[in-house]
Design a protein around this ligand. Structure first.
Ligand code: SF4
Ligand code: SF4
Length: 89
């Protein structure tokens, strides 16, 4: 699963620079996580870095994304260019 930020976010900007995938950005009202980029930090870190630093614990598993650990690792490989035949962009 990717993670998501709830409306309890206080826009402190602590999480954004911690994300190894640049999945976090400032949305219209609160910070948001792009589910296409979030790997739950798999491949980079043992634990989700954003969850570790969020002072109000408002980052949770997104119930709308149902990826397995293997799929998340595959996403990590694709995002980091470690997978074969990664589209060049
Ligand atoms: Fe980024 Fe990791 Fe948080 Fe996902 S869990 S948004 S990859 S810091
Ligand atoms: Fe919002 Fe938590 Fe990120 Fe701060 S660390 S911007 S409160 S999600």
């Amino acid at each position: 699963m990717a993670l998501m930020i709830t409306d309890e976010c206080i826009n402190c900007d602590v999480c954004e620079p911690e994300c190894p995938n640049d999945a976090i950005s400032q949305g219209e009202e609160i910070y948001v996580i792009d589910p296409a980029l979030c790997t739950e930090c798999i491949g980079h870190h043992e634990v989700s870095q954003c969850v570790e630093v969020c002072p109000v614990d408002c980052i949770i598993l997104d119930p709308d994304t149902t990826e397995t650990k293997e799929q998340l690792y595959g996403k990590y490989l694709a995002l980091t260019g470690r997978a074969q035949q990664v589209p060049q962009g």
